[in-house]
Structures are given as structure tokens and as C-alpha cells.
Design a protein around this ligand. Structure first.
Ligand SMILES: Cc1cc2nc3c(=O)[nH]c(=O)nc-3n(C[C@H](O)[C@H](O)[C@H](O)COP(=O)(O)OP(=O)(O)OC[C@H]3O[C@@H](n4cnc5c(N)ncnc54)[C@H](O)[C@@H]3O)c2cc1C
Length: 495
């Protein structure tokens, strides 16, 4: 159980982290491991942790290591497959595995609560995509990160890997698949809970639920004053360092900070829905995460996938996401969130993005009007034998994509971005992808730019390196093999 400790009016903290999702949980963990003397307060407006994007059913739970997500290997301007992003994401995810192994070895978290190894498969079913997948495989296989990738065009072999993809499929279709056995399903809600459970045993970390950040302003000596509402009572806190990890709502809070860096951003909300199966007989027949290709004109995060999920001891099948549009920035947010984020500095970029992305808006509108039968039709592209009565619809989490001011107007970004004040006293995390899987890498970047890190860098690097040896090594270094083997041994992966 996560224990909550009360804090008093006008309290002062070294670090205040806003939101109890996976990002703040990871940052609180890293700060407390590296700087045990720093006192940290995490505030969360809901009554418990990880109920927004980090919630188990609010995301797909894929441990993104770029094993199967075709949108991480796009075609460049010369029509060549670019695998740079895939290599980076793979290394970032290894950092996450590494820190989990470190904490599990010391009995500080229980990996069985959140981590399941499951093969990651990419599947395509037309001539053009088969050629793409083969080329992609040939490129990736050469890299240490993806050397265990398998490729096949044999329907029999794909059926062995994942029978539900082949059952009732038209035999005339050209098909191909790749597989990496060392994939994962992660319950990020349970992971955040494990982090907070461990953090609540430390005397320098406090967590306060039902505590809403209303406003914040810079005061003298690089300090911040935070105006919060706790159980209906207004309080003021002071902090030397603030991290805004408020998910979709981060953009609004960042704007309230008034730092010049906040002026360049706006948000574009995209909601999501899953088809879920709780039919255990069916669910036991699928043991994989199968990612396909996004339909032409759709945004990168809408790549359809059929996932095995393990949530609080029960197995589910999940298919989606189906995108939609709402003006809320959080699932439990307000319909005014989008309008509240309009400011004189970001109006032009927002309208420019609206005009330039008419196809995306059309796609979102079409997705929103789908009924159960047409969603099942989409599912049947991956799983031809899908039967409508086995599946029901569930809302996923809310993503707020970044709109960034450019010289010519605005650009829509699908990644994540850290925005910080010049002095390293305030940080905010915008965007959603590759998200929770790479939280360790993203939060290390925050830590290394923060005010805490400026003095005594060498000693602190040594500490961080103990936690995550991969962080200072280069992509494709020999260390990667050793670290992977060690992580496999501790986390229990057997090829
Ligand atoms: C449909 C979908 C699928 C996804 N799939 C994957 C996936 O397969 N793999 C992956 O790695 N990532 C995935 N992601 C991304 C991932 O879920 C997010 O990147 C991650 O959960 C973000 O965590 P967070 O802590 O930043 O935000 P959140 O989990 O949203 O947490 C923010 C917290 O801040 C609180 N808060 C907000 N405002 C305030 C305030 N004013 N005061 C106090 N508290 C506040 C909220 O209540 C919430 O608890 C997916 C996301 C979506 C939406």
C-alpha cells in the first residue's frame, strides 16, 4: 500500500513533482537513488496513482523496444528505410530493463506485478509491405540490437508463431512476418505502484493525493511558489525544483509557469479506444504482440495491433487503438482544456497545424463514427476469425500531441519533448510516444539538466552508471551484449 504523508502550509521542498503517473514516479525514484539527501514531494490530483495515461487499460502496455513497431523505421526522403530511431528506442528500453533488474535484485520492486515476456511480431499482408518488411529485416538483423530477429513468408510458420493471425485467412494473400522473442508486455500502472511503494519507505519522499496544482510562479533565488488545493483547502508550497508530469494537462500548467520557453507550444488532443476480449479460451490461443502497418493517411500512433495483455493476474486480448477527437486533455479532464491552452503566442501555430493536417482531422472524424461491426472488420485484417460477440469497446487514455511554433507557422509532433527553464529549476514533459517504455531515459535527461546535477557531476555520473550502466555507453557497444545477458538472467528471460 502506498502511504500518504501530510504536508503543512508554506512547506518547503527541494523538489516537487506534479502528477503520480509513470514519469513522476520514475523521476522521484532516480532523484532519491542518486541524491538521497534531497526531499521530494509528489502531488496527484486524483485519489491514487497512475489513473490517467499510465493506467493499465489506458495504454497498450507494449514495452517499446522497436522490435515490431513499423512506424519506428520510416522511409527517408530517398525512399530508404531509416532504422536510427529504432536503434535509439531499443537502447532506451534496455535502460528501463536494467533499472528494473537492479531494483528487483535488491528486493525493492516485484517485477512479477508488471512484466511479462511475450514475442513481438510485425505482420503484413500485401506485396508492397512484404517487400518493405524483408528489406527492414535485412537491415535490422545486421545490428546487435536486433540480431535475433526472425523473418518468414510461410503461413505455416506464422501460424506456429501466432495461430490467430492465420486462421481463416485468404490463402491467396501475400503475407510476411518478423518475430523477436524477447518482447515484453508491461502493466505501467502496476510498475508506477511498485515504484511508489518502494519510495514510500524512504524518509525523504512524500506523496500527497487529492492535491491539485492550480498555479505556479517564479520567486527569487530560482525558487518556485506552487498554489495547490488539497481536499478543498488552498495551500502554498515553495520548491527549488519543479517537474510537471501532469500528462495531457502539462501544457496548461507549463503555460501558467510563464517561462519564455512555454510560449512555443500548443496541444492537439487525440483520444483512443480498444476492442477487448475476456474470452479466456480465445485469449489463451494468442501469445504475442502483433503490430501491422498503419492505414495510409493515419497518424503514426494509430498502427493497429493485437496484443496479449496481463493485468492484475488476468489475461486479456486487446486490439486497437481506434482514434477519436475530444477537447479534453485528460480522461478525467475538462472539455475546456483545449480552449484554456489557447494563448496569443500559440494561436497561429495551432490554426496552421489545423489547416495543414486536414487529412488527419478527417481520419479522426471517420474513426469516431465507426460502429462495432466496422471495428470488428478492422480487427479481421489481423485476425480473420474474430467474432464480434467476443469483443467489447473500452476507452483508452488521452494523448496530447505537441504543436510547436515554427518560422512558417506550426508543426505537429508525435514524439515527446522536455521543456525546461534556462536555470534547470523547472521541467515539463510534453507528448506521448514512445512514452512510458522510455521513461528512465527521458527522466535521466531531466535529472542531468537539473539544478541538482550541476555540482559534482563526476561523482553523480558514477552513481547513475551503477544504476544504469548502459546510459554512458555508445549504441552497439560491446557492453550491450553483457548487459542484455545479465538483465535476462535477473528478469527471467530464456530464449
Ligand atoms: C492509447 C495509448 C496507448 C499507449 N501505449 C503505450 C505503449 O504501448 N507503451 C508505452 O510505453 N507507452 C504507451 N503510451 C504512452 C504512455 O501511456 C504515456 O507516455 C505515459 O503513461 C505518460 O505518463 P505520465 O506520467 O507523463 O502521464 P499520466 O500517466 O497521464 O499521469 C499524469 C498525472 O498527473 C495528474 N495531474 C494532472 N494535472 C494535475 C494537477 N494540476 N495537479 C496534480 N496532478 C495532476 C493526473 O491525474 C495523472 O495522474 C500510450 C498512451 C496512450 C494514450
Amino acid at each position: 500500500m502506498i502511504t500518504e504523508k501530510n504536508f503543512s502550509l508554506n512547506s518547503e521542498y527541494d523538489a516537487v513533482l506534479i502528477g503520480a503517473g509513470i514519469m513522476s514516479a520514475t523521476l522521484a525514484l532516480l532523484i532519491s537513488e542518486v541524491f538521497p539527501e534531497i526531499n521530494i514531494l509528489v502531488i496527484e490530483k486524483l485519489s491514487t496513482s497512475a489513473q490517467e495515461s499510465t493506467g493499465a487499460f489506458n495504454n497498450a502496455g507494449t514495452g517499446h523496444a522497436a522490435n515490431c513497431e513499423l512506424n519506428y523505421t520510416p522511409l527517408d526522403e530517398n525512399n530508404l528505410i531509416d532504422i536510427k530511431k529504432a536503434l535509439l528506442i531499443n537502447n532506451y528500453f534496455e535502460e528501463s530493463l536494467n533499472i528494473w533488474a537492479y531494483l528487483y535484485e535488491r528486493d525493492q520492486i516485484n517485477i512479477k506485478k508488471f512484466l511479462t515476456f511475450v514475442p513481438h511480431i510485425s505482420f503484413v499482408n500485401n506485396v508492397e509491405d512484404v517487400a518493405f518488411l524483408k528489406k527492414r529485416y535485412e537491415l535490422m538483423k545486421k545490428c546487435r540490437e536486433f540480431k535475433d530477429m526472425e523473418f518468414t513468408t510461410s503461413s505455416e510458420e506464422i501460424s506456429n508463431w501466432s495461430p490467430l493471425i492465420i486462421k481463416d485467412r485468404d490463402k491467396k494473400q501475400k503475407i510476411a512476418a518478423t518475430r523477436i522473442k524477447r518482447g515484453t508486455d508491461i502493466n505501467f500502472e502496476a510498475l508506477a505502484r511498485e515504484y511508489f511503494k518502494y519510495l514510500s519507505t524512504k524518509s525523504n519522499v512524500e506523496i500527497s493525493f487529492n492535491t491539485n496544482l492550480l498555479d505556479l510562479k517564479r520567486i527569487k533565488n530560482h525558487k518556485w511558489e506552487l498554489f495547490v488545493n488539497k481536499d478543498g483547502n488552498k495551500k502554498i508550497l515553495k520548491a527549488n525544483f519543479v517537474f510537471i508530469g501532469a500528462g495531457g494537462k502539462t501544457i496548461n500548467l507549463l503555460q501558467k509557469s510563464n517561462i519564455p520557453e512555454s510560449k512555443n507550444y500548443g496541444g492537439f488532443p487525440v483520444s483512443g479506444k480498444w476492442l477487448i476480449s475476456e474470452n479466456q479460451e480465445l485469449n489463451l490461443k494468442h501469445h504475442a504482440k502483433v503490430y501491422s502497418k498503419a492505414p495510409i493517411g493515419s497518424p503514426p500512433m494509430s498502427v493497429p495491433h493485437l496484443d496479449s495483455r496481463w493485468i492484475d493476474g488476468k489475461k486479456y486480448l486487446l486490439f486497437g487503438p481506434f482514434a477519436g477527437f475530444t477537447t479534453k486533455f485528460l480522461k478525467k479532464g475538462s472539455y475546456f482544456d483545449l480552449f484554456d491552452s489557447f494563448q496569443k503566442d500559440n494561436l497561429l501555430p495551432i490554426f496552421d497545424v489545423g489547416l495543414k493536417n486536414f487529412e488527419l482531422i478527417k481520419y479522426l472524424a471517420l474513426q469516431s463514427t465507426k460502429n462495432h461491426s466496422s471495428r470488428i472488420k478492422d480487427l479481421q485484417e489481423i485476425m480473420p476469425s474474430a467474432f464480434k460477440d467476443d469483443w467489447y469497446l473500452k476507452n483508452a487514455g488521452q494523448r496530447v500531441q505537441i504543436i510547436k511554433k515554427t518560422k512558417s507557422g506550426g508543426a505537429l509532433k508525435f514524439g515527446t519533448e522536455i521543456v525546461n527553464s534556462y536555470d534547470g529549476s523547472l521541467f515539463a514533459l510534453l507528448g506521448a510516444s514512445p512514452g512510458a517504455s522510455t521513461a528512465v531515459n527521458i527522466m535521466l535527461k531531466v535529472l542531468k539538466k537539473s539544478i541538482f546535477y550541476k555540482e559534482n557531476k563526476a561523482a553523480l555520473d558514477e552513481k547513475i552508471n551503477k544504476l544504469i550502466p548502459l546510459n554512458n555507453s555508445l549504441l552497439n557497444s560491446n557492453d550491450l551484449e553483457i548487459i542484455k545477458r545479465r538483465n535476462n538472467d535477473i528478469l527471467g528471460f530464456h530464449q
